[in-house]
Design a protein around this ligand. Structure first.
Ligand code: ZN
Length: 500
């Protein structure tokens, strides 16, 4: 079919330019000399503009129109038309002049946020945030929605998900997590973490991260490890997927767990079927599904007792000063629960509470039920109710995340959904693999990695998140898996007496 061939050729062109863009951005965040940033920003801007033009070209619109009513397409081609068509319409929906004004306002807002956060001065940021909320509300109207303008925004991160559904999974989580956290802190035995204090050289931390990535089965012939201030993973296709981490001298766990986290993202990207490259399907199914893979490796595996049974000898080889704690003691120490003000430092139990707070606020903002001026107070109040801690300044409160300053509303739920999907997928994996713990305890991750690739990774964006979860686990996305994972694990870590 001529149209299909022309459509695919067009996508390949976009895909190759996107690969170049990804590489320029990777370089920008890892090793670009300081003086190179200005010219690099221009190069990236130019290339991004070309990609945008190709992605909204009338020619592409005509291909899509024909292919959308074509019966004989394969599963993958149909998925490609669905995904590319959706992006095309979203991009086309926003008048170019409005988008240009947004881009200018966003860049002002981002630098205002940086200054406001440094000075902990919400008032100076408030007018910019008001502007960003206003843009988001206008975009939502252009994108269109059935029930809630928030739905139009979340669609950009979690296709097929709505604000109502997010609220639906959050309610039982909040009901159970908040009292469980209180009980854990009041009645539980806090793990000893004193042996993790010390000074750990970057070289040896790097050696440890490399050992962890090797054990997971991250393919170093198709990737590399570098350092970045904010660790991330960058892919230009399954054969070039790069991870980054950062080394904090007095915090050994920070680099190890960010390597496991990014390693989880990287295995996903390395595992996407090569046939999907440059078809619009060569990415994770959604932000939430991608995050589920990183959280699964970081937490469900990396923070398990079997993992520490396997990894303790490697740790003591690299850091002989850590040879006294047992695997059990290490396992407990890496699972300490500490309600904190900062989301990115949150443990598994409290993390989702940070997300709930943000979701409730941004849903209110987009629906015009909350005024930007009231955010700092609302933030403090919710932190107190959910986590029992209250920020004394806005830098560690409402100003801590970059997302809203960049106009990203509807993004936060993906982090929570990632945790929930991870627990559900992991429960299925455990059910189907009775000797999973024994395998992890001897460092045999081949079956586990193969299972994830076969059931999740290889499909890329072929299935929407909810459908993928259902295919993998046989059930609709359900927060009960996460709740039972958390309560069971942390009752053990904190030695809580069983209660009926
Ligand atoms: Zn992540």
């Amino acid at each position: 079919m001529k149209t299909l061939a022309a459509y695919k050729a067009h996508l390949r062109e976009i895909g190759k330019l996107n690969s170049a863009l990804a590489l320029l951005q990777w370089d920008q965040r890892t090793c670009l000399p300081p003086k190179g940033h200005e010219a690099r920003a221009e190069t990236i801007g130019k290339l991004a503009k070309i990609v945008f033009e190709l992605g909204t070209a009338d020619k592409l619109g005509r291909y899509l129109e024909k292919l959308e009513v074509e019966d004989g397409l394969s599963l993958e081609d149909r998925a490609s038309v669905r995904v590319v068509g959706k992006d095309y319409r979203r991009h086309k929906a926003i008048p170019p002049s409005l988008f240009e004004r947004f881009a200018v306002a966003r860049s002002r807002s981002e630098s205002a946020w940086e200054k406001a956060r440094a000075a902990s001065d919400f008032e100076s940021f408030q007018p910019h945030l008001e502007e960003m909320v206003d843009f988001a509300r206008r975009f939502a109207e252009y994108y269109g929605y059935k029930e809630n303008p928030y739905d139009a925004l979340i669609e950009g991160f979690e296709p097929g998900m709505t604000g109502r559904e997010v609220r639906g999974v959050m309610a039982p989580l909040r009901e159970r997590l908040v009292p469980f956290l209180k009980r854990l802190l009041a009645e539980g035995a806090r793990p000893d973490t004193s042996f993790l204090r010390g000074s750990f050289s970057a070289d040896r931390q790097r050696a440890l991260s490399l050992r962890a990535l090797e054990a997971m089965g991250y393919d170093f012939a198709a990737g590399r490890l570098d350092t970045a201030v904010h660790p991330f993973t960058s892919s230009t296709g399954p054969n070039d997927v790069r991870v980054t981490t950062r080394f904090v001298e007095n915090d050994l766990l920070s680099s190890l767990y960010s390597s496991l986290h990014e390693g989880g993202h990287a295995l996903y990207d390395q595992g996407i079927s090569p046939e999907l490259q440059w078809t619009g399907l060569d990415e994770g199914a959604s932000f939430g599904i991608h995050e589920s893979q990183s959280r699964l490796w970081e937490n469900m595996i990396g923070r398990s007792l079997p993992f520490w049974t396997f990894f303790r000898p490697i740790l003591t080889q690299v850091f002989p000063e850590l040879s006294s704690p047992s695997a059990d003691a290490l396992w407990r120490a890496v699972n300490v629960v500490e309600p904190s003000l900062i989301r990115v430092e949150a443990d598994e139990v409290t993390y989702n509470l940070h997300i709930m707070l943000r979701f409730e606020l941004e849903d209110g903002l987009i629906n015009g039920k909350i005024a930007v001026a009231d955010l700092p107070d609302l933030w403090r109040d919710a932190m107190g109710r959910y986590l029992g801690v209250t920020p004394t300044d806005d830098a560690s409160g409402v100003l801590q995340d970059v997302h809203w300053s960049a106009g990203l509303f509807g993004y936060f739920p993906s982090y929570m959904l990632g945790n929930l999907y991870a627990a559900q997928v992991f429960a299925t994996l455990q059910e189907e693999t009775p000797d999973l713990d024994a395998r992890i305890a001897r460092g045999d991750f081949a079956l586990l990695r193969g299972w994830l690739q076969d059931r999740v990774h290889r499909f890329g964006k072929v299935y929407e998140p909810k459908e993928l979860v259902k295919r993998v686990t046989g059930k609709e996305p359900d927060s009960a898996y996460f709740l039972s994972y958390i309560t069971r694990k942390y009752s053990e870590v904190y030695r809580l007496a069983e209660r009926g």
